[in-house]
Ligand binder design. Structure first.
Ligand code: BTN
Length: 233
């Protein structure tokens, strides 16, 4: 069960890295929780700004569907904030948006038969470095609501549990229905950037493996399984 075993730490480099160090002994659902991170990791080798006030966790999980873990995590984050009437949206693959700004991100790493699900949620962060201000924000800055971190953490564990259980019992359609509810992607024109190519098209769906389904300008249908996604209109 997610959150039954919690390692709660002050500042560490990265909860994902700490999770790797305890991986072999950790029971399924173990969570590493840090008050702040000195070297928080984002996607594509970026740094994740991790001062006190944010929520930084890594969950160690076994799963039959690793490709859907970011989807289930995104839904779990949105449902957690929904409890406080904070309406967020999922930008594929795993950014959580509030008022057009990113307030949470998900970084998954697969090691042997386990997955480390890292979540950074900008809860009570009061300021961001200049270079992040345009795209990033926090729940506090956007809503003026100061949420208790531990209460949100407990809510998040219970929502993650709910959707992890759906995933593991192969109730994928139910999971995707939640994604449809929260996504900001459907009907949008996007560019998906991969290291060797980029692809532009209109988002028409997501599939059972979490791939985005795009209609390209000529009408051809393509799947995007990974990459950086830019919404252009
Ligand atoms: C992203 O780039 O959107 C993903 C950000 C993931 C950040 C979280 S914070 C907790 C966990 N530990 C890390 O070092 N990174 C993830």
């Amino acid at each position: 069960m997610i959150g039954e075993q919690v390692y709660r730490l002050e500042e560490i480099e990265s909860t994902n890295e700490y999770a790797k160090s305890i991986l072999s002994d950790a029971v399924n659902g173990t969570v590493v929780y840090a008050e702040s991170q000195s070297a928080g990791k984002g996607r594509f080798g970026k740094v994740w700004y991790s001062p006190r006030g944010g929520l930084y966790i890594s969950v160690i999980l076994k799963t039959k569907k690793p490709e859907l873990i970011p989807i289930m995590a995104g839904i779990g984050i949105c449902e957690t904030l929904n409890r406080y009437d904070i309406l967020t949206g999922i930008k594929w693959p795993n950014d959580i948006m509030l008022n057009n700004k990113k307030i949470a991100g998900v970084l998954t790493e697969i090691i042997d038969d386990k997955i480390i699900l890292g979540i950074g949620l900008n809860l009570n962060i009061v300021d961001f470095p200049e270079e992040l201000k345009e795209q990033a924000s926090s729940v506090l800055l956007e809503t003026k609501k100061h949420l208790d971190q531990i209460t949100v953490f407990q809510g998040l564990c219970s929502e993650l549990n709910r959707f992890y259980n759906l995933l593991e019992s192969a109730r994928i359609t139910e999971l995707l229905l939640m994604w449809y509810h929260y996504t900001i992607m459907l009907g949008k024109n996007v560019v998906i950037e991969l290291p060797d190519k980029s692809m532009q098209g209109r988002v028409i769906d997501i599939d059972q493996d979490g791939a985005l389904i795009l209609m390209l300008p000529g009408g051809k249908i393509e799947r995007a399984v990974a990459g950086n996604c830019r919404i252009i209109k």
